[in-house]
Design a protein around this ligand. Structure first.
Ligand SMILES: Nc1nc(=O)c2c([nH]1)NC[C@@H]1CN(c3ccc(C(=O)N[C@@H](CCC(=O)O)C(=O)O)cc3)C=[N+]21
Length: 290
């Protein structure tokens, strides 16, 4: 069993980005600038956005954080998006999800200028990605593809099974793995909460991506010997062993599944750090295209 070290890989990619930023600046370009919009004070969202800002500093990006209370109106949020669309200094921005119930995530996402949509959530970017055209690819699936590439994991002709069909992870992941090229050229099955015979399908997988958000859902008896397992879950569960009172749990029963795998990503330290790096890569791309 080989561990796919997302933390280490993300640090390597950050060094590469920092080098590119240096070159851009010596060529007379400005620092790439990523902005984040954060609504409310959900603990998880706070942590992720803080990590994104810190990563910007590490690679030499400018960053800004726009905060709103939970009581922000949809109108106010849409006008903040409009302002960021028009701000020539901002190369890319994200609106951290989830948003409070009274705000339509769909409306907000569609209001983002696709050229600044470094999350790759806008339907225009999703649509372009599906056809294999140049697009901003959602950060998590892009991060997973980068891990598969850097660990030389063969996907061509393999059966990839994705558990989860969200617009931001499961569905784009299924498309990327089925596209031509490396890593791609896989035969893909998408499973979800209405799938019959889930265990039997999972047992056929050479590559298994667990992206459903249920801690330790994927058990050892669902995994074929030698499979590659990618764990996208990051659920906070209460814990008496940490100072914070919680810890992160993936969607994979790591202890029992990992001995069967050829490769596996841990949580934390697997897919999560690569998500952030993809966001930086997308911002770099946005800055270049301007
Ligand atoms: N507009 C938007 N874009 C997102 O990209 C987005 C979002 N909304 N909402 C929430 C999810 C979740 N997400 C993560 C990012 C990094 C880690 C990450 O770095 N995790 C570390 C651990 C961090 C910790 O200790 O809390 C790890 O897995 O090693 C996890 C999860 C981005 N998301």
């Amino acid at each position: 069993m080989q561990l796919i070290d997302g933390k280490k890989t993300s640090q390597a990619v950050k060094l590469e980005i920092a080098e590119e930023v240096k070159q851009m600046i010596s060529a007379g370009m400005k620092q790439p600038h990523l902005a984040a919009v954060l609504v409310g004070n959900d603990g998880g969202s706070e942590t992720y956005v803080a990590a994104k800002i810190k990563s910007c500093e590490e690679v030499g990006f400018a960053s800004s954080l726009i905060r709103f209370g939970n009581d922000v109106t949809e109108e106010e949020l849409l006008s903040a998006v409009k302002k960021l669309n028009e701000d020539a200094d901002v190369d890319g921005f994200i609106v951290q999800l989830p948003l409070p119930k009274h705000i339509s995530e769909e409306k907000v996402t569609e209001a983002i200028d696709p050229k600044k949509d470094v999350d790759g959530f806008h339907p225009q970017n999703l649509g372009r990605m599906i056809t294999g055209a140049d697009a901003f690819v959602s950060a998590t699936p892009q991060g997973i593809m980068e891990l598969l590439k850097r660990y030389n994991i063969e996907t061509k002709g393999k059966h990839a099974v994705i558990i989860g069909r969200s617009n931001i992870v499961g569905r784009p992941m299924s498309i990327l793995l089925s596209l031509k090229g490396h890593p791609g050229d896989a035969t893909v099955t998408v499973c979800h909460s209405r799938t019959a015979n889930l265990k039997e399908i999972c047992l056929q997988a050479d590559i298994l991506v667990a992206a459903l958000g249920i801690p330790e859902f994927l058990k050892a008896d669902m995994v074929k010997e030698g499979a590659v397992v990618i764990d996208v879950g990051t659920t906070r569960v209460p814990s008496t062993e940490t100072k914070s009172g919680w810890r992160l749990k993936g969607d994979v029963d790591f202890l029992n599944v990992s001995p069967k795998c050829s490769f596996i990503t841990p949580v934390p330290g697997g897919v999560g750090p690569m998500t952030i790096v993809s966001l930086l890569l997308n911002t770099l791309k946005a800055a270049r295209q301007k």
